[in-house]
Design a protein. Structure first.
Lengths: 272, 319, 358
């Protein structure tokens, strides 16, 4: 089966992969004279796990930042749900259903785990500031309703016992999990994971992989992730984009990518 | 229409018609500017080497001046008093490092900033307790600072330059030059700059944080003493002087918290502009007294268009 | 033992999110409220009302306002006093222009004006951050106090620029001005403070509170998860300046009776800032603890030498007072950077498991 087909299909393990939901068209990103991303195009399909890999400094994080709207591409465009996405603020993009985690954990250290995950719901919360001030009617109901959604996420990621712990006190692995919980609580259309496995030991990596697969499987969430660890990525993802020096050098199923000469060269080095 | 004329035409007509007066205004603005630059400089040094937004810098000016006058009042010769005062400033630097900074290492910036407000209050209370609250005369002539004036007659008008002001500008130039030489040519100076660029890296190559801190606070104290002498000579020595400390803040906004050039240029610019504004716009149109806020509003407007200040580098945000 | 939370179960999210999930907290607050509403008014002298109880409440309210901005939303402000001034002057103009207006309504409305001015000075906060913003708020401080002095319309053309509160009646009782009874004024302030405190607690524990805290803790991440930073910061400026303005109006109209423009100068701003810091940034109750400390301190410093039979002149007391506040700030920052509120929380945590610490 070829991955360039745009028809929906079902994977071997029975997941539905739909049509293209987001497409990068000839993205170039420059900082002054430095070119971080050079003319890259690829797409993300509904329900798949899409990985972006590449050696250090390949421009993976910059790519993710373009997708989440933190950087505006110098050239090219991001298409989302069949429409070119106009230049907008990151918070507006988040409201369109794009949630993400961060390479260097970006939790709100002054809040409890529960409150951190509740912030994931804020794009769905609508009560006015006056109603909240009185803690009456809509505001109170809303708080309880969203708490229910958050509790489901908490159950799903098995972090019930740290619900009311300030996140500052949590160990690294748990912090990563809380961050995932916060992104999940937003019930995103596309979930972006920035090196979800960075700095973890084997056991934690296995846990995280399981959660990623479960999220994709149970909620059908489209996931785009950046990862260093080739092994993990190949096992997890449906399709992989490989970047090197800001350019795309490979795109396809894990098997295709594994056998791509350019990719092998980039990772192992070329004798010349 | 009438108002617009007053706003955009009259001041300039005034400037051109009385160029000697304009020069006088500019000169006085420049002298204030030099002193603002000095305070801002002490501030930048501390910020660069320790990330501390030292609110106490202005109070140190007053405290140094009061100490100097206090020693002299005890019958100690003027220059010996200066040496003693330097001793007190060194002691202050050591105490602050030991009692305040060391226990607070690694706390968030805002906490350290608050701590310097604590130091400010402590010095105000302590200073008034020891020296009393009334205004004192700076021992200008005892220090051998000339007090007369030079008169020029440009364009048939009159321009009066106080010897005191000329001396303070000259002394400031000497102080800044020697400071720059110290920072660029000596081992210790380079250590200070290294610490400003990267704390951890500086520590790992064997630069002692504590020594550097004591040193920069002492240098800030020396700058404070000098500013105190010259400002005190013009306005008398009392805690009312602390208003000039606030003036250093918009200078920092304008010049950037870390830029030595910024402190100097920003200080001069603010000194000049606020004087011009007060004389030609503030007094005729707004009832005067605009010097309290002009610098702040100016800095605010500049920052709206250049958030990194005039001399700061553009920040690329990362996640 | 007294703070045992075992056996207190919650069966719904609404209950778990109630104001005091732990019963003992509610009881403790009840005791405090009882003191404030009944015991103090019955026992306090006129002097105590005027110089201690009412200032504590007004300072607490102002610090609460500042805390919304600095403690919750993370935007450092050094211009609090100026916004108190806006509230006080706005209230003065309101009752001059509409003499029939109820004083409570006037005070609550005057906050709207300070809120608007606060938002105007908060606009740069999206581009200017951290210390630069703090200095920018000083622009508000210096500019507004200058304006109070120069714009004589504000003080009804009083040459000194001062405002003097006339006698104001409400339902036949004099509540403001030289003839008002302190106990009536105390109750009015207490009512306003209680109301605003409850609303603030609600705001800070709900969605808006999370938005502010997210902005404070990590603004970049906050924006990427969907927070409109400008809106978040501006609501913080609006709510904060509203509370601060009401505090200023209360202070002048119900406690001091008169104020000159330079009353709202920078020392008052710092005083409020200390209360917020010593009480604890990001806490509501801490403001009250901080205010009590700041008001009580000069009394203690004055009282101690008296008790030991030493003669100390008032100026010395004032200087010692400033010095002690300075030292206390440093002391508290070293001992517990998060203030009295955190200290209380630590004690509470210990109490919950007392007497079995494991």
């Amino acid at each position: 089966m070829s991955v360039t087909d745009l028809e929906p299909y079902t994977t071997e393990d029975g997941r539905e992969i739909g049509s293209v939901v987001m497409e990068m068209k000839n993205i170039t990103l420059r900082f002054g004279g430095v070119v971080a991303i050079k003319d890259i195009s690829f797409d993300i399909r509904q329900g798949e796990i899409r990985a972006i890999i590449g050696p250090n400094g390949a421009g993976k994080s910059s790519m993710l930042n373009v997708i989440s709207g933190f950087y505006t591409p110098s050239e090219g465009q991001v298409w989302y749900q069949g429409q070119p996405r106009p230049t907008m603020k990151p918070f507006e993009i988040a409201r369109q259903g794009v949630a993400r985690t961060f390479q260097n954990i970006a939790l709100f250290e002054g809040m409890s785990t529960l409150d951190n995950i509740m912030t994931g719901r804020l794009t769905h919360m609508k009560s006015s500031i006056f109603s909240q001030g009185l803690w009456w009617g809509k505001a109170q109901r809303e708080e309880a309703e969203h708490r229910e959604v958050v509790e489901k996420v908490i159950d799903f990621l098995e972090i019930q016992n740290i619900r009311k712990t300030p996140v500052g006190r949590l160990p690294y692995g748990l912090k990563k999990r809380v961050e995932l919980a916060r992104a999940l609580a937003a019930e995103p259309q596309i979930l972006l994971l920035d090196e979800p496995m960075a700095g973890m030991n084997v056991e934690e990596k296995e846990d995280m992989s399981r959660f990623i697969l479960d999220v994709n499987d149970e909620f059908g969430t489209t996931i785009a992730l950046i990862e260093h660890d080739m092994g993990v990525v190949m096992d997890l993802s449906d399709r992989v984009v490989v970047m090197d020096y800001g350019k795309k050098i490979g795109d396809g199923t894990p098997d295709e990518v594994r056998n791509n000469q350019d990719v092998i060269d980039a990772y192992l080095g070329v004798a010349n | 229409m009438e108002f617009l004329k007053k706003l955009f035409v009259d001041p300039f007509v005034e400037m051109v018609s009385y160029p000697d007066f304009l020069m006088q205004v500019l000169w006085e603005g420049l002298v204030s500017g030099v002193l603002y630059s000095l305070i801002a400089l002490g501030f930048v040094l501390i910020f660069r080497s320790s990330r501390i937004f030292n609110f106490a810098q202005g109070i140190m000016v007053v405290f140094a001046a009061l100490t100097l006058v206090g020693f002299h009042a005890m019958g100690i010769p003027a220059w010996v008093s200066v040496v003693f005062t330097l001793g007190v400033m060194a002691l202050l630097a050591i105490t602050i490092e030991r009692v305040v900074l060391r226990p607070l290492v690694g706390q968030p910036d805002i906490i350290l900033f608050m701590a310097t407000i604590g130091i400010t209050l402590f010095l105000i209370g302590g200073g008034e307790l020891i020296f009393g609250g009334e205004t004192k005369r700076m021992i200008t002539s005892d220090l051998g600072i000339p007090t007369g004036s030079v008169d020029f007659e440009p364009f048939g008008g009159l321009l009066i330059l106080q010897h005191l002001d000329i001396t303070s500008v000259a002394a400031a130039v000497v102080l800044v030059t020697s400071l720059l030489i110290f920072l660029n040519k000596t081992r210790m100076g380079r250590a200070i700059r290294a610490l400003g660029d990267d704390h951890q890296a500086a520590l790992s190559v064997g630069i002692s944080l504590r020594t550097v801190w004591v040193l920069v606070w002492f240098i800030a104290g020396v700058i404070a003493l000098m500013t105190g002498i010259f400002w005190g000579a013009r306005a008398g020595v009392s805690f009312a002087l602390e208003v000039i400390a606030y003036k250093a803040l918009p200078v920092l906004m304008l010049g950037g918290l870390e830029s030595i050039t910024g402190a100097i240029v920003g200080g001069l610019a603010i000194g000049l502009l606020e004087k011009l504004f007060e004389i030609y716009w503030g007094q005729p149109l707004l009832g005067g007294g605009t010097e309290t806020w002009f610098a702040f509003v100016l800095a605010l407007i500049v920052l709206l268009f250049r958030p990194q200040g005039l001399f700061g580098e553009k920040i690329i945000e990362r996640v | 033992m007294f703070y045992n939370t075992a056996g207190q179960f919650k069966t719904s999210y609404t209950k778990d999110q109630s104001l005091f999930p732990v019963k003992q907290d509610a009881i403790l607050l009840g005791v405090v409220l009882l003191c404030a509403w009944i015991i103090f008014p019955m026992t306090a002298s006129e002097f105590t009302f005027k110089t201690m109880l009412m200032p504590v409440l007004c300072y607490s309210l102002a610090a609460l306002g500042l805390n919304v901005l600095t403690g919750f939303a993370g935007q450092l402000s050094l211009g609090t006093a100026a916004f108190m001034g806006v509230g006080a002057f706005a209230c003065y103009k309101l009752i001059t222009i509409f003499p029939e207006m109820n004083i409570i309504v006037a005070i609550l409305l005057s906050g709207v004006f300070s809120s608007a001015v606060g938002v105007a000075f908060g606009l740069p906060s999206l581009r200017i951050k951290g210390f630069y913003l703090a200095i920018a708020t000083l622009a508000a401080q210096f500019f507004l106090v200058w304006l109070f002095e120069k714009w004589h319309w504000l003080s009804n053309h009083n040459p000194s620029g001062a405002i003097e509160v006339p006698n104001i009646d409400m339902f036949g009782i004099t509540v403001a001005g030289p003839h008002a009874a302190p106990v009536t004024q105390y109750y009015l302030i207490l009512a306003i403070v209680t109301l605003i405190t409850i609303v603030t607690i609600n705001l800070t524990r709900g969605n808006q509170g999370r938005i502010w805290k997210a902005t404070r803790d990590m603004d970049i991440a906050a924006e990427l998860i969907g927070i409109n930073l400008l809106k978040s910061k501006l609501t913080a400026f609006a709510v904060s300046s509203y509370i601060v303005g009401v505090a200023g109006a209360c202070f002048v109209f119900l406690n001091l009776g008169a104020a000159e423009p330079n009353f709202f100068d920078i020392p008052l701003s710092f005083k409020i800032l200390f209360i917020a810091i010593i009480g604890g940034l990001g806490s509501v109750m801490g403001n009250f603890m901080g205010a009590i400390l700041i008001v009580a301190l000069p009394v203690v410093i004055k009282f101690l030498p008296d008790a030991m039979g030493l003669e100390v002149n008032p100026a010395t007391v004032e200087h010692l007072n400033i010095m002690t506040i300075g030292a206390l700030i440093i002391f508290f920052l070293i001992i517990e950077p998060h203030g009295l509120a955190r200290l209380w929380q630590l004690i509470r945590e210990k109490l919950i498991i007392w007497p079995f610490p494991h």
